[in-house]
Write a protein that binds this ligand. Structure first.
Ligand code: MG
Length: 373
């Protein structure tokens, strides 16, 4: 494996990218809020990746994108590349069902300690090397799914097209934790205790607490704010969760409400804002945190010099997966429709209007190094 030059996801995806809200970066493609009826959805609620509605929206977007890119050539085949068997596998199967196209999927997580292996489960190939993507493409060709006009190549972005799972995914997580830490530090000011934050975040981020946190980073970030601000003691929180008296984030908001009202005005206002968004069903209610996550992610794209040691680069910098990039460039050359899917909240992926006016770019247009076999 080696370092390649700096590039962007838009080199091969253009603006054929959607973040969590299913609003394409290409302004010519109407997104979910405008086109949910045409997508066959029952309303403008954004479906999550494993829901059938998500696949219906994606199939609609693929057809619209194809109509722009190659009018007169309909889509008739699907290739899907991702990093998680369950989530990507489900999204892929749902897209096949919603479209009626034949397809194949490649799901990889690098495990260099094992011998290279690719196994087939139905129409899903599961590999322990990103470099096996080339073999997958040849298998697809033999199965009548060539890189040719009429094929859609759907690329999962997070931990697939950049931050490859098993190789570089830690850098993606580090950017998110940077975002949480900077948000909490900013809100607490001089009262911020880094060691106490690391202890609380490290403990509550574990799967044992997923029933309480719903594995939701917005919730976790606010819980860390509340602990740091003294609305609830960390030990008491753990006892209450253990005893089953604190079951979920809504219960947590209630439990600290009286303390939050007595906190300084900025924290009291934040508590009210988050409580209102949670009550309205917003799964990413901590907007300030997601804005910080965007900045922290941009800060980890392409930031290291060309001569940084590889192990430092793989840990610290979010890199484009060269194996995926090469297949994507070849596919683009041969008239395949490429489309990128990200589960990142839009606030964590795109600049604000002011940031955009200052020249900041959405994540798919921020240059970083490509790295791979
Ligand atoms: Mg992923």
């Amino acid at each position: 494996m080696r370092l390649f030059g700096k590039t962007t996801l838009s080199e091969f995806l253009g603006d054929n990218v959607v973040w969590r809200n299913l609003e394409p970066a290409d302004p010519r493609l109407p997104g979910l809020s405008a086109a949910w009826r045409e997508m066959g959805l029952e309303g403008p609620r954004v479906p999550r990746k494993a829901e059938p509605g998500y696949a219906r929206a994606i199939v609609h977007l693929l057809r619209q994108a194809q109509a722009l890119a190659a009018p007169g050539t309909g889509l008739s085949r699907l290739l899907y590349v991702g990093d998680t068997r369950l989530l990507d596998g489900t999204a892929y199967q749902n897209i096949l069902e919603a479209s009626g196209w034949p397809g194949l999927a490649f799901i990889a997580a690098e495990k260099l300690a094992e011998p290279p292996r690719m196994t087939r489960e139905g129409s899903i190939f599961v590999a322990n090397r990103w470099a096996l993507l080339g073999d997958f493409v040849r298998e697809a060709e033999r199965a009548g799914l060539p890189l040719a006009p009429g094929t859609a190549l759907v690329l999962d972005l997070d931990k697939t097209t950049f931050g490859a799972r098993g190789r570089n995914d830690g850098a993606v997580d580090r950017a998110r934790v940077d975002g949480v830490r900077e948000t909490v530090a900013d809100l607490l000011g001089p009262g911020f205790d880094q060691a106490a934050f690391d202890r609380a975040y490290g403990e509550l981020n574990q799967p044992a607490y997923h029933a309480f946190t719903a594995d939701n980073q917005d919730y976790l970030a606010y819980i860390c704010v509340a602990i740091g601000a003294g609305m609830i003691a960390f030990d008491e929180l753990l006892r209450e969760v253990e005893a089953g008296r604190l079951r979920d984030f809504a219960g947590f908001l209630q439990a600290v409400e009286a303390q939050a009202e007595r906190a300084e005005p900025r924290l009291a206002a934040l508590h009210r804002e988050i409580a209102a968004r949670v009550a309205a069903g917003d799964p990413t209610p901590f907007k300030a945190f997601r804005r910080r996550e965007y900045l922290a992610t941009v800060a980890r794209l392409g930031q290291l010099p060309d001569d940084a040691p590889p192990e430092v680069r793989l840990r610290e910098e979010i890199l484009i997966t060269e194996e995926v990039r090469e297949v994507a460039l070849a596919a683009r050359e041969r008239g395949v429709l490429l489309f990128g899917l990200s589960d990142k909240p839009d606030e964590a992926s795109t600049p604000t209007l002011e940031q955009a006016a200052a020249g900041m770019q959405p994540l798919h247009r921020v240059p970083t190094h490509a790295f791979g076999a």
